[in-house]
Design a protein around this ligand. Structure first.
Ligand SMILES: *[C@@H]1O[C@H](CO)[C@@H](O)[C@H](O)[C@H]1NC(C)=O
Ligand SMILES: *[C@@H]1O[C@H](CO)[C@@H](O)[C@H](O)[C@H]1NC(C)=O
Length: 574
């Protein structure tokens, strides 16, 4: 019944969003340029506000005394430059067009003086407010999910109580910690990830940032990595307590990493769209591959130095403020060394044809000076070690910055920083273990870590999106991206810890089911991406609401599938 209601609502939304007849794409508006000058042929150039240090691109040419029509970007505000016959600038306008609006740009002489011009934008037809519909949809979706999940959260609490009856106290503590703190975050991240990967309704804030900066889509993957670190700490500690030998654990870690890597390369390879998988165009790096490498490095390092029984109270630390760092100095030293490698390679490696330490997007960015330098050293290392054909072909920079070279957002160099991210997550796990039930201490520590990471990010980015020493960048996994996201990560963990463990007001239920089968959901949603009912041929491929409907239904289906699997006790764990 609920499903029918939703469907009806979506159909209604699709109906409302009828667009003008002109062949506009998503996030475009129509611009008519009226050239009323009698002695000038006009050329209109445009530049998006989001394109940092970009070259102006030609939009429309309009001969004297006529009208030209063309589509213009409505995602962000743009600057238009109108040039006359011999490239002399006639005027310059900054304007935010609305999606599917119809606008006219009137260029005239002022007071019949042929040396003075006026440029005005007139709205012929109002744009659609697609963001408003988006909000409406989101609230409705939330309602339905809470209905369905209320029933099951009760069941969960029952299960949880049943677990509590078992006398194995320490194990229970560790398990419930992981159960209640790591998993909600992981589940949340997974659901957002599925939604975002399906296109997020093609809204810009659900798409990855073109180059520097953050959108919702850029938050998800690092949280996964962060929470993976926390899980490593909790699960290794629990297994060592149970008396697993280190060799056996090492074998387990190796096997899991290998499996994850192979699943990533063979099952979820984006280059399937180029035809059957063959060695020639196999993409080697990827999301699962990066998780696999990160897991391997961090878990092995932790295993090397982990003590079976952390002697918490007996240990006398000279400076209690550094309690989180000093006992683990070998690991910290290793991480510092890794980060030094990242910094040196990024800033000192000689990349042919590009300036040293180039962090920009190339293409039309940086005034078109380095069109083939997308990603600088990171890209160069991947090209040399893996080859151009074995990396990702469509980086998020290729629309806005019009880049042409291949660049892999999950490349080799960035993996160093994802290891650092997981290590910070592991640190959070150690805090949880060490202070056990001392709520105040745990929350204080999380708070301090978050502030420290925030300050480091502020210094590195100079609090600016594009102009800092090292901008926040998802494509490069720059170190400022890692510190910023781990700062968020500590806050999130603090919040979840507060809600779940201190106040006990939430059991993490809405996101429970996918979390139990995360690998299956990830792999499944990638494989069946283009199949009904996750995707269908759209009535109107250029409407946000139809994309949104499709992506929400696909995401809900995966939540439902994971619920069914959970009920049937089918789990695929590696
Ligand atoms: C846009 O507005 C102009 C002026 O009102 C009109 O002539 C034109 O047909 C409109 N275009 C579309 C596609 O609606
Ligand atoms: C960039 O690469 C393209 C295609 O490989 C090439 O045609 C162009 O000359 C290169 N540009 C520069 C500045 O090296």
């Amino acid at each position: 019944q609920n499903f029918c209601q939703t469907l009806k609502l979506f159909l209604f939304l699709i109906d409302v969003s009828r667009r003008p007849a002109w062949d506009l794409k998503i996030d475009q508006a129509l611009l008519q340029v009226h050239n009323e000058l009698v002695n000038e042929n006009l050329t209109v150039y445009w530049l998006s506000d989001y394109c940092y240090q970009c070259l102006y691109q030609e939009l429309i040419s309009v001969p004297m005394n006529s009208i030209g029509t063309g589509p213009v970007d409505s995602q962000h505000a743009v600057t238009l430059i109108v040039n006359g016959s011999n490239s002399k600038q006639i005027c310059r306008i900054h304007y935010h067009f609305g999606e599917f609006g119809n606008y006219s740009l009137m260029v005239k002489n002022l007071h019949n003086n042929i040396l003075q011009f006026s440029c005005n934008i007139i709205i012929n037809q109002n744009p659609f407010n697609s963001n408003l519909r988006m909000l409406l949809c989101a609230s409705h979706y939330q309602e339905i999910k809470s209905d369905l999940l209320l029933i099951h959260s009760i069941e969960l609490i029952r299960n949880w109580l049943y677990k509590k009856m078992n006398p194995r106290e320490t194990d229970r503590l560790i398990n419930s910690m992981c159960f209640m703190i790591c998993f909600p975050l992981r589940r949340l991240a997974l659901i957002i990830m599925v939604f975002v990967n399906y296109g997020g309704g093609k809204y810009w804030f659900f798409k990855h940032q073109s180059w520097n900066g953050l959108t919702v889509a850029d938050l998800v993957f690092p949280w996964f990595v962060f929470i993976m670190g926390t899980s490593i700490s909790l699960s290794l500690s629990s297994m060592l307590r149970r008396g697993c030998s280190k060799w056996k654990l090492l074998g387990k870690i190796l096997w899991r990493s290998l499996l994850l890597f192979l699943i990533g390369v063979i099952i979820v390879n984006p280059n399937y769209c180029l035809g059957p998988l063959s060695w020639e165009n196999l993409r080697i790096p990827g999301v699962l591959q990066r998780l696999s490498c990160t897991y391997f490095v961090v878990a092995v390092l932790e295993l090397l130095f982990a003590k079976p029984v952390p002697d918490n109270s007996t240990l006398e630390i000279p400076c209690p403020a550094l309690r989180d760092i000093l006992p683990y100095w070998p690991q910290w030293l290793f991480m510092m060394a890794l980060e030094t490698v990242w910094l040196c390679l990024t800033f000192l490696l000689n990349v042919p044809g590009c300036p040293n330490g180039y962090l920009g997007p190339g293409g039309i960015g940086d005034f078109g000076n380095y069109p083939n330098c997308t990603g600088g050293a990171a890209a160069y290392i991947d090209h040399v070690l893996l080859g151009e054909k074995h990396i990702y072909q469509h980086p998020s920079s290729n629309v806005l910055y019009q880049t042409t070279v291949a660049f892999d957002p999950e490349g080799i160099l960035g993996t160093i920083n994802s290891v650092i991210m997981a290590f910070l997550g592991l640190q959070a796990g150690k805090i949880l273990l060490f202070y056990k039930d001392q709520h105040r201490q745990i929350m204080l520590r999380f708070c301090i870590w978050s502030v420290v990471m925030g300050v480091i990010s502020a210094v590195l980015t100079e609090c600016s999106k594009d102009e800092g020493f090292i901008p926040v960048n998802k494509n490069l996994w720059s170190i400022s991206y890692v510190t910023t996201l781990s700062s968020f990560g500590f806050v999130l963990l603090l919040l979840i810890y507060y809600l779940v463990d201190v106040k006990k007001v939430w059991s993490g239920s809405p996101f429970f089911f996918p979390g139990m089968n995360s690998i299956l959901i990830y792999v499944g949603h990638e494989i069946f991406e283009n199949y009904f009912p996750f995707k269908w041929k759209m009535q109107d491929a250029q409407s946000h609401s139809e994309h949104l409907a499709q992506n929400l239904i696909a995401t809900s289906l995966w939540v439902f599938i994971s619920y069914v699997l959970y009920r049937k006790r089918i789990f695929w764990k590696i």
